[in-house]
Design a protein. Structure first.
Ligand SMILES: Nc1ncnc2c1ncn2[C@@H]1O[C@H](COP(=O)(O)OP(=O)(O)O)[C@@H](O)[C@H]1O
Ligand SMILES: [Mg+2]
Length: 380
């Protein structure tokens, strides 16, 4: 698929911008701080309903404006769909598809598939487990939009259960014997195990599919090191988990029962997919804390390229976005990356100077300066 037109209103630095796009490679070129990432971030937001740079919506709305609009026409198998998102910080966002009545933003999931790689992705390797959980869950929902509902249900149950555990912990400290909160906990344990098992099973399945693709990408990018191994570490058990939902459900139920005292003591849920990690190994060692800067960078890129290959294999080739990556890579890796992605249906890259974009990726070019986006004629 590809984006044929992107339109932003009051998004980040843009009061209004219209960008006609084509399949193939398009480069956005301009000095730092001119609004290149803002453009591709908006595409990423439509695809994942989240920004790769910020956790809340407020910074996405132009200073002084109340709400932002992101619109894209998406061409897939020759058919065009118009996706629109209204971003209302502090209130519910609204979506529209093909100018129909307003709907929930999650209905947009799957309409635009995109994989975005940006310097921030180094945190996938060097950052906290939360970064890697977010990576997995975002890819899960891109492949299977229904799982966004499961993830949201799990988060809701978790919140309720934590409130109960906090209440129970306070009652205990105040000297109360057994608080009423504890008796309701059983019901929440079951909800937690049911939604938690579904999410965990989906993550394990994803990791198994992703593993060979990430390793292949790492291998193609780097000059040695590896193999890369994605090792899902569950808070439920030290032993490898069963791969089926019912089996995981049983393990989680047992772990919750065994951990009850510790959870009441701490006043929070200690078991479940919200505490899991995806350990990224490079050879025998974990990449975090051991890999060099270059290796970490290649690993992060391999995670995204692996995701791209996975979505590609599902059908519906995603839009690939490479934000500011070429300047970070040495010539060899730069050329290898360029060759790997050159045949993508649509590849959007940003760079501070045109020379950073490898010749294999010659294509359309826009100059981005002072909040304006200008198409550069091929001869220039
Ligand atoms: N909500 C906002 N309102 C107005 N300007 C913003 C907002 N968010 C970011 N900016 C501006 O956007 C610019 C950064 O744009 P960005 O796309 O990250 O630049 P780059 O071209 O380096 O990728 C900064 O000058 C920043 O001040
Ligand atoms: Mg940028």
């Amino acid at each position: 698929m590809h984006v044929a037109h992107l339109s932003l209103v009051d998004y980040r630095s843009y009061a209004r911008v219209e960008v006609p796009l084509e399949p193939g490679v398009t480069a956005f070129v301009g000095p730092n701080g001119q609004g290149k990432t803002n453009l591709v971030e908006a595409i990423g937001y439509l695809a994942t309903l989240g920004s790769h740079r910020v956790a809340s919506d407020a910074p996405l709305v132009r200073l002084g404006a109340e709400r932002a609009y992101v619109r894209a026409s998406i061409v897939h198998h020759g058919r065009t769909a118009l996706a629109e998102l209204e971003i209302n910080p502090g209130k519910a966002n609204r979506a529209r598809i093909n100018r129909s009545a307003a709907t929930r933003p999650r209905d947009l999931l799957g309409l635009l598939r995109s994989v975005l790689f940006a310097p921030e992705d180094l945190a996938l390797v060097k950052g906290d487990p939360g970064e890697r959980r977010k990576f997995l869950d975002e890819l899960l929902t891109a492949r299977t939009p229904r799982l966004l509902g499961v993830r949201q249900d799990y988060d809701r149950v978790l919140k309720q259960r934590n409130t109960l555990l906090r209440t129970a912990a306070m009652a205990r400290r105040a000297g109360g014997a057994r608080s009423g909160a504890l008796s309701t906990l059983d019901v929440w344990d079951e909800h937690l195990a049911a939604t938690g098992a579904e999410l965990t099973a989906a993550r394990l399945d994803l990791v198994a599919s992703l593993q060979p693709l990430v390793d292949k990408s790492y291998d193609a990018l780097s000059t040695g090191g590896g193999p890369t191994v994605l090792d899902y570490r569950s808070s439920m058990s030290e032993d490898p988990l069963p791969h089926d939902r019912a089996g995981i459900h049983a393990v989680m139920t047992a772990a919750i029962a065994a951990g009850r005292a510790a959870e009441v003591e701490r006043g929070q849920t200690l078991i479940g997919p919200h505490r899991d990690d995806l350990v990224l190994r490079l050879g025998p060692l974990p990449a975090k804390g051991y890999a060099s800067h270059g290796e970490s960078w290649s690993y992060a890129l391999a995670l995204r390229l692996g995701s791209y290959e996975l979505l590609r294999a599902d059908g519906g080739e995603p839009v690939l976005v490479l934000d500011d990556v070429f300047a970070e890579l040495d010539t060899t890796r730069r050329e290898r990356l360029a060759e790997m992605v050159a045949d993508g249906e649509q590849v959007l890259v940003t760079a501070a100077v045109a020379q950073d974009v490898p010749p294999v990726l010659a294509g359309a070019r826009f100059d981005v300066a002072d909040g304006e986006v200008h198409r550069v004629a091929p001869s220039e």
